[in-house]
Design a binder for this molecule. Structure first.
Ligand code: MN
Length: 245
């Protein structure tokens, strides 16, 4: 039976020998080619501060993606809160197709709604304020014009402050907001399944909106055991741990 795979939050490290990178490379080489398609719902990279830096730093995975897409497995990706500065050279080098969130897709007769998930964390006001600034097209353009060294410095300091930020916040503040989910589902009434990552709390949450049964699937990260979503052509959805050789 054919199937499609969904993953998120791999947070690839620039060091090829990092165990997460190794696990993901194995997955791309041996598991992903068996699927009809692969969807990556954000935060594939720990940090992406420009195609000129990233394509070099992540050369191994870029080549693996190119091989996968060239051999005929479509790969789709939407931005995460860590990696939203991939531009033309990235799509070109990998053959990955860019999706803009929130995106609805139709798969094996099911209507799915996909997003990274950070926009649903509306209780974290400081995070949302920062997000708005960072995703401003003018700010992004100015940032990408900075010299390489400067971009790496800014990226590093943002990573550090994000780590501190998450250490001191309560679990509830950093989780998704129920109202935000309801609002989103009302806006997309045909979708029965919402799939996202970001919180690193893999789970299946059935819920009801306007008397209709809905499902929220949260993807896991890759630390250490991962949870990805498999949707079979028969219509079943399940969170699975990919076999890594
Ligand atoms: Mn994230």
């Amino acid at each position: 039976m054919s199937y499609t795979l969904f993953t998120a939050d791999i947070h690839l490290h620039p060091d090829d020998l990092h165990p997460i990178n190794q696990a993901f490379y194995q997955f791309l080489e041996f598991e992903a080619p068996k699927a009809d398609a692969l969807y990556i719902l954000g935060d594939l990279f720990e940090m992406w501060v420009g195609d000129d830096i990233g394509l070099e730093a992540y050369a191994t995975v870029i080549a693996l993606f190119k091989k996968l897409t060239t051999k005929g497995t479509p790969v789709y990706l939407l931005y995460g809160n860590r990696d939203f500065l991939m531009r033309h050279a990235f799509w070109e080098a990998t053959g990955i197709q860019h999706l803009k969130e929130p995106v609805t897709i139709s798969l094996y007769d099911q209507s799915l709604l996909l997003l990274h998930g950070d926009v649903l964390c509306t209780d974290d006001k400081a995070f949302q304020r920062m997000r708005k600034i960072l995703r401003n097209p003018i700010i992004m353009r100015l940032f990408l014009r900075l010299p390489k060294k400067k971009r790496l410095q800014v990226g590093d300091s943002m990573r550090r402050s994000s780590q501190q930020h998450t250490q001191h916040k309560s679990e509830t503040i950093m989780d998704v907001n129920t109202k935000a989910i309801e609002h989103l589902m009302v806006k997309h009434p045909r979708c029965d399944h919402l799939i996202h990552g970001h919180t690193h709390r893999p789970a299946h949450h059935p819920f009801v909106v306007q008397n209709k049964q809905k499902h929220r699937w949260v993807l896991g990260d890759w630390r250490p055991e991962t949870q990805i979503l498999k949707i079979s052509s028969s219509g079943t959805l399940e969170l699975i741990e990919p076999k890594l050789i």
